[in-house]
Design a protein around this ligand. Structure first.
Ligand code: HEC
Ligand code: HEC
Ligand code: HEC
Ligand code: HEC
Length: 471
């Protein structure tokens, strides 16, 4: 939840009656604008629907907040769309009310229910009475699902897969919670936090565990300090922290900007634990982008209890579903038989992927696309070269509607390299790691690929627009 870094002026609509950017006039989410229990960051505008609240109309401009960071000051961030009714950032958990009422220490992984039902009813603004449907005579209600899940960091960080034999604090932490009657899953989650902090301290010179007493009996604050907010140091645009802190690099003694959170977390793991399947496609994505199922079944779960790819000898795409597998038309093996038969509208890249990877929509009886066919360096290269006047109709300048030969030429790679970029594979070294400089998967999160013009949000003349506070 954004606290501190993001501020709003008067309300979430970006209203700023005094036209000021003075720090003293800012209202920060979580500070001057309190976030009540069970409310999202926009809690002030939307009373918790769990307590009979109502949706909020986003108006003509949509809900807007501004960043507060030294260089990228006052960058407006639109949180959802204008002209819709929303309940922004609801504080949800993936547990039903009855499960959540249990002693939290006893929760188990199969208690997770990642799709929370949301019901919305239409009521008369003045009387609060339900509005009746003129055809059925029944109250007008709608239902939808909110996805929310827990990642599987603990499958590696509460055992030797993540810790090796070098990091050991997790063992005592696990034993502490087990002795209090915690389930294995909860004890492993607790142990994981300590493992991650211990490794971070050791590798990067932080002192997160300075006050941690492994033998201590405290259950409320085991690490003896405020919670660690990764974004205090690592940039993360999803909560409006557009600029990382810098640190003194112990190797060179020079000030260096800390890498963004996404680069740090993906870079380290996709290199150290690439988890290829028999096709060479990484299964690591589903270790962290979690894949629990609504029915609680853990059968066919893609990451094993000890952090291995359950599909190492077969195909990642055989997993029994999950957040993203099979969801999109291009990755849905049932797309030609599900009664909808949605057309794919393929360009040259799409046709290549259909022929060489997905084999759906062409009678090939294939398994669809994998994460790394869409989340590629190629998609960023294409994006970088787009100068669209109408993105929906693909009008303006773009490489996307060109032939593969023209696309390869346009981004300056050979045909062979283009093929590697469309279907990137793990390239294992002797230690079972993926290989930087060779792997097209790692390329996505590499420093020298984070080209500056992807980060320019607005221009002033030919230069990036720089916003500064009046104070
Ligand atoms: C498939 C196993 C696996 C999973 C899942 C996993 N990790 Fe890791 N993690 C590792 C390994 C192995 C290392 C050590 C990597 C190295 O030193 O090269 C590590 C290292 C780390 C580090 C220290 C990095 C550094 O260099 O300081 C952090 C922080 C971390 N993991 C956080 C997480 C978080 C958060 C999650 C879940 C969102 C997660 N990990 C999920 C295996 C895993
Ligand atoms: C007090 C500042 C600070 C905080 C807070 C912080 N980090 Fe870091 N982190 C660093 C520094 C400094 C480095 C080394 C940076 C570099 O080389 O760019 C680093 C490096 C990392 C790396 C290793 C990157 C690599 O390629 O070696 C990972 C992963 C990481 N941090 C994850 C996290 C996570 C997850 C959190 C929140 C739990 C977090 N960090 C909180 C300062 C911080
Ligand atoms: C070690 C855990 C871990 C692994 C492995 C992992 N992710 Fe992530 N991913 C995260 C976290 C944590 C975030 C949120 C980062 C943030 O807020 O900056 C994230 C964010 C993302 C995003 C949002 C945009 C961005 O870059 O932050 C995308 C897209 C994504 N991951 C795709 C993937 C794909 C594809 C793979 C496999 C190739 C993958 N991830 C593997 C932990 C992981
Ligand atoms: C067919 C192409 C395709 C496949 C396959 C695919 N994605 Fe995505 N993914 C997208 C697109 C496009 C978006 C952006 C959607 C949007 O704008 O809301 C996205 C969004 C995401 C996000 C959210 C990013 C954000 O900023 O909110 C994550 C995380 C993610 N994908 C991870 C994955 C993982 C993990 C897999 C594999 C298990 C996967 N995706 C498979 C195309 C794909």
């Amino acid at each position: 939840m954004p606290t501190g870094p993001i501020f709003m002026s008067k309300d979430l609509k970006g209203t700023n009656p005094k036209g000021t950017s003075k720090d003293s006039e800012k209202l920060r989410v979580g500070l001057q604008v309190p976030v009540p229990k069970d409310n999202g960051p926009a809690g002030a505008a939307v009373p918790s629907p769990m307590q009979g609240g109502h949706l909020h109309y986003t108006g003509e401009v949509g809900p807007i907040v501004y960043t507060q960071s030294p260089v990228l000051e006052n960058v407006p961030i639109m949180l959802t769309h204008p002209g819709i009714w929303d309940a922004l950032g609801l504080a949800l958990t993936p547990f039903t009310d009855s499960v959540a009422a249990k002693d939290p220490l006893t929760l188990v992984e199969s208690d997770i229910q990642p799709f929370q039902e949301a019901w919305v009813s239409m009521v008369d603004a003045d009387t609060g009475e339900p509005v009746l449907d003129s055809h059925s005579g029944k109250p007008i209600t709608f239902v939808g699902a909110n996805p929310v899940d827990v990642p599987n960091c603990s499958n590696c960080h509460s055992n030797e897969t993540g810790n090796g034999d070098k990091y050991t604090l997790y063992k005592q932490e696990k034993a502490f919670w087990k002795a209090l009657g915690a389930s294995d899953w909860i004890a492993n989650l607790k142990a994981t936090s300590v493992s991650i902090l211990e490794m971070h301290d050791d590798n990067n010179g932080t002192d997160f565990l300075k006050n941690y007493k492994p033998g201590g009996r405290d259950t409320m604050n085991r690490i003896g300090r405020d919670p660690i907010l990764c974004q205090k140091c690592h940039a993360d645009n999803v909560i409006g922290v557009l600029q990382s802190k810098s640190f003194k690099d112990p190797k060179t003694g020079k000030e260096k900007v800390i890498m963004p959170l996404t680069q740090a977390i993906h870079g380290v793991h996709l290199k150290a634990t690439p988890m290829p399947d028999s096709q060479g496609r990484t299964g690591a994505c589903q270790g962290c982008h979690p894949v629990h199922r609504q029915d609680g079944s853990m059968e066919g779960y893609p990451i094993t209890q000890d952090g291995k790819n359950a599909y190492a000898a077969s195909d990642n795409r055989d997993a029994a579903g999950g957040c993203f597998v099979g969801r999109d038309v291009h990755s849905n093996p049932g797309k030609d038989t599900d009664g909808v038969e949605t057309p794919e509208h393929l360009n040259a890249i799409g046709e290549w992927l259909q022929e060489n990877v997905s084999q759906i929509g062409n009678g090939g009886n294939g398994k669809g696309l994998w994460c790394t066919n869409c989340h590629t360096q190629l998609s960023r290269e294409l994006y970088q070269r787009d100068a669209l006047t109408n993105a929906f109709k693909q009008e303006g300048k773009t490489l996307r509607n060109k032939s593969l030969t023209e696309i390869a030429k346009g981004i300056g790679v050979s045909m062979k390299e283009l093929e590697e970029m469309m279907d990137p594979k793990v390239i294992l070294d002797g230690k079972g790691h993926d290989t930087p400089g060779k792997s097209r998967i790692l390329e996505i999160w590499e420093q020298d690929r984070l080209v500056p013009d992807i980060a320019v949000i607005a221009l002033k003349g030919d230069d990036p627009m720089i916003n500064k506070d009046e104070d």
